[in-house]
Design a protein around this ligand. Structure first.
Ligand code: SIN
Length: 516
């Protein structure tokens, strides 16, 4: 299915439709080329129906590359969230009673539809999020891989038998779904962050109410269309956007919702955890990072530069696992910095939909302002701009890929998550010093180091206080591996054989009177 050309190609150019008319799926200036225009939705998805907000309120979703309005999306609040929770609660019994094989088949059908429509999903993703199309295509494949993985894992939810303390007893553990799950997800991966929550939840037998970021709801609605087409029953997946505070309060205070899973910033995660305490909900938190990327003297420098580029500049630096502090040992500092700068100079900034672009816009002007403020703070403290150093000239949302040296631990970018295309390069002398610097943060999500010494690989891997360690590798994400952090980067793991545990309760059965 090609994007350009062919009879099925539809060019959707939104007309000046009245914003509050029911059922509008595209906004005033929208231009996205799609094969299947029915994937574009702007209403909330509750109990299998596409619905407006009760008060018909909408908010605009904009293309971060040019500010064009893509859609006017239903702006929901308390009442709609309560109905979504009720729908998920009513669907729960039917869904959890299905056999694991049945749930698995439906997830596989959904996965197949996502792959079939991957080009359209990628186009929608780039339009609302800004990332280069090649990355958007990669994200769709990555997001879909969680659905396939958990479709398979659904059939492997095993329990235990336990040796009994006396002969007349038998002890057994069974695993059961936790119940209705609230999923709150960010704008940096509008597809994958949601599939890696929904897929394990559904595989375990849970139903979900999802609140994707208001910046990027269209990707979520598009794959909800496909979920319904795959035959996933009404009420099992509910998705809504709008008044974030109201939606969050309704989800966290509900007794029907038994778990909340969140990907986003540490401050918001802490607030959600506190709010969930009132009903003692289970929580999974995938929060902020401050990843060290350590290059030792004995590293393969070209490999380290390639790893730093992909790790730091993927998604314009807007990932929780991006290298935040690049630490380079004194003996290779000059060589590494020169080669990094050359590679950064080859990156192409532009609209994600344009050919050859490798760095898209940041999600909005506020995000770009925050990143520029971090650069300015470093420069005021004595940092040297090797390349970049501010906005790229393409518009308010575009920040030039930047390399900074002469950076110090007192600068804000040492302790704060940059979330933009800025690489500060620090110098260190010894292995112990590198580990101390790396661990000198309240965060503990991803970390990376490059070395060819096998002893050092083990020593440093064990010493780093992080949930994920990339060794001679800048890309660590995969549906097969456990993703998650320690310290204030969160709790729980997504993906892998461990990813289902967060959606399952262990029930212990004690059977007596066996000998009678
Ligand atoms: C994130 O930024 O939260 C996720 C990045 C990834 O899955 O690689």
């Amino acid at each position: 299915m090609g994007l350009i050309g062919g009879n099925s190609l539809q060019k959707l150019i939104g007309q000046a439709l009245p914003r509050n008319a029911p059922g509008i799926t595209i906004g005033v200036e929208m231009t996205i080329l799609l094969n299947d225009s029915s994937l574009l939705k702007s209403q909330a998805f509750i109990n299998g129906a596409w619905v407006d907000a009760d008060n018909k309120d909408v908010f605009d979703v904009k293309n971060p590359a040019d500010g064009a309005v893509l859609a006017s999306v239903a702006s929901c609040g308390r009442a709609e969230t309560a109905r979504a929770i009720e729908a998920a609660g009513s669907a729960l019994d039917g869904w959890r009673r299905r056999t694991a094989r049945d749930r698995s088949s439906l997830l596989k059908a959904w996965h197949a539809l996502m792959l079939e429509h991957s080009e359209d999903l990628a186009q929608i993703l780039t339009a609302e999020q800004g990332k280069p199309l090649a990355e958007a295509r990669g994200e769709i494949a990555y997001g879909a891989s969680y659905i396939e993985w958990f479709a398979e894992e659904a059939k492997r939810i095993y329990g235990d038998t336990i040796p009994a303390p006396s002969n007349d007893k038998r002890l057994v553990c069974i695993k059961q779904p936790v119940g209705v799950v609230a999923c709150i997800t960010p704008w940096n991966f509008p597809n994958a962050m949601l599939t890696r929550k929904i897929a394990p939840a559904l595989a375990a037998g849970c139903t979900v109410v999802c609140k994707p970021a208001n910046e990027t709801p269209l990707s979520a609605y598009a794959f909800a269309v496909l979920a319904a087409r795959a035959g996933i029953p009404d009420g099992v997946i509910n998705i809504l956007n709008g008044r974030t505070q109201e939606i969050g309060e309704t989800l966290t205070s509900s007794r029907i919702v038994r778990k909340l899973t969140f990907t986003g910033s540490t401050p918001v995660g802490k607030k959600l955890m506190a709010a969930c305490a009132g009903t003692v909900k289970r929580t999974s938190m995938e929060l902020g990072g401050n990843a060290p990327f350590i290059v030792f003297d004995d590293a393969d420098i070209d490999a380290a530069v390639a790893g730093a580029i992909v790790c730091k500049f993927r998604n314009s630096g807007q990932t929780c696992v991006c290298a935040n502090r690049i630490l380079v040992q004194a003996g290779v500092f000059e060589e590494f910095t020169a080669k990094l700068t050359q590679a950064v100079g080859a990156l192409k900034v532009g609209k994600g939909a344009d050919d050859g672009v490798t760095i898209g816009p940041l999600i909005h002007e506020t995000a770009a302002n925050d990143v520029v403020a971090l650069i300015d703070d470093a420069v005021a403290g004595g940092a040297r701009v090797i390349i970049g150093g501010g906005r790229s000239g393409l518009g308010a949302n575009f920040v030039a890929p930047t390399v900074l040296t002469n950076v110090s631990h007192e600068m804000r970018l040492f302790s704060e998550e940059i979330f933009g295309p800025v690489a500060p390069v620090f110098q260190f002398e010894t292995e112990e010093e590198a580990i101390d610097i790396a661990n000198n943060t309240e965060f503990g999500l991803a970390s990376y180091f490059y070395t060819r010494d096998i002893g050092r690989i083990w020593r440093v891997s064990e010493a780093l206080e992080y949930g994920i360690v990339g060794i001679n590798e800048g890309i660590i994400s995969s549906e097969m591996a456990p993703f998650g952090g320690v310290k204030e980067s969160g709790q729980g793991r997504e993906g892998s054989k461990y990813g289902l545990d967060d959606y399952l309760e262990i029930k212990y059965l004690c059977m007596g009177g066996i000998d009678k």
